[in-house]
Design a protein. Sequence first.
Length: 163
Amino acid sequence: MRLETMTGADVALRLRMESDPQMMAELGGPRPKEAIERAHASSLLQAAAGECWPLKIVPDGAVDAVGTVAVWKRSDDPGEMYEIGWMVLPEYQGRGLATQAVREVCDRARRERRFGALHAYPGVTNAPSNRLCEKAGFTLVGQVEVEFGGHRLHCNHWRIELS
Ligand SMILES: CC(C)(COP(=O)(O)OP(=O)(O)OC[C@H]1O[C@@H](n2cnc3c(N)ncnc32)[C@H](O)[C@@H]1OP(=O)(O)O)[C@@H](O)C(=O)NCCC(=O)NCCS
């Protein structure tokens, strides 16, 4: 698996994943096309400013990406708080790709001394994501209500120290 920085063309991958009811089941349901396009454009702008890592996951020997892992600055936090999130297309799930990708992002952030710590907020019933956090070395902080796309989600708050 390798990670590559997303470009404008990768909006197609995000549209496929974030319009899929199955993939968005733990995230409040499918997002409208315009919201996905806006979010992607905004992540590329933040990346240009060095505040966001919008990455795609490409399996060994493949050309096309099958998922994403991204780090972004939380807009509702007055301090410097960075969140990480992930998605893998259903037909590529269960192969360890998301776990490898998240570990690689954490290793890179440690090497480059970026972010200080990363926070993740999977829904409390999102078993694969909560397991992923545990495997990647995050610590469970507690439970919180998170606003996403107009939905209030009951989430676990996981944190990993990188410095
Ligand atoms: C979360 C997600 C990215 C995981 O991707 P993945 O590449 O399949 O993850 P991995 O293969 O690295 O597996 C992670 C762990 O979850 C476990 N897992 C998978 N499905 C599970 C389930 N239904 N119940 C419990 N554990 C599960 C895996 O077995 C693995 O743990 P293990 O190594 O101890 O067996 C993928 O399920 C997804 O895209 N979900 C929809 C989007 C989403 O909810 N994103 C998270 C937002 S916070």
